[in-house]
Ligand binder design. Sequence first.
Ligand code: SF4
Length: 188
Amino acid sequence: MADSWEKLRADAENCTACELCKTRTNCVFGTGNTDADILFVGEAPGENEDKTGTPFVGRAGKLLDSFLYAVDIPRDRVYIANILKCRPPKNRDPLPAEEEACIDFLRRQVALMQPKVIVCLGRISAMKLIKPDFKITAEHGVWFVKGKYQMCAVYHPALLLRDPRRKEEMMEDMKKIKAKVEEMKLGL
Ligand code: SF4
């Protein structure tokens, strides 16, 4: 049977493939425009996301919104998801086994969405999606071509809350994303 967003969401909501199913309040599937050309991928839901079932709704999400607004990328023209669909307890880093158990949901999201640009939010997402030895401080804002996708990584907004001095670099990276979108003549 052909995959669909409805089937995929139901599969994720019913998933018990790793231990995180036992502690989640909600599966945090993804949010935004499924026809968008730009996909943002973070690492895992946090406390607010677990409560609401929506990614990037807490302070970090609001900060991400402000960067999108600043470079005139409407949030309803992007899709936002995470590598893990369930929250790791106490917001610890995802375990490799959890990433392996969950990554197929993201693969299916990408296959359905067919984005042109994939932006990793933070080190963990970049290490999983771009390359295992990705160095976020040295390689944020650098473009990589993987298959048919233009990919780059930016700082995770939660890191910017802890270290606001990096906001300037984030702004420069967001401008690069906007320029790439314009260069590729993608719809915004
Ligand atoms: S994190 Fe992913 S693999 Fe683990 S239970 Fe949730 S949906 Fe399933």
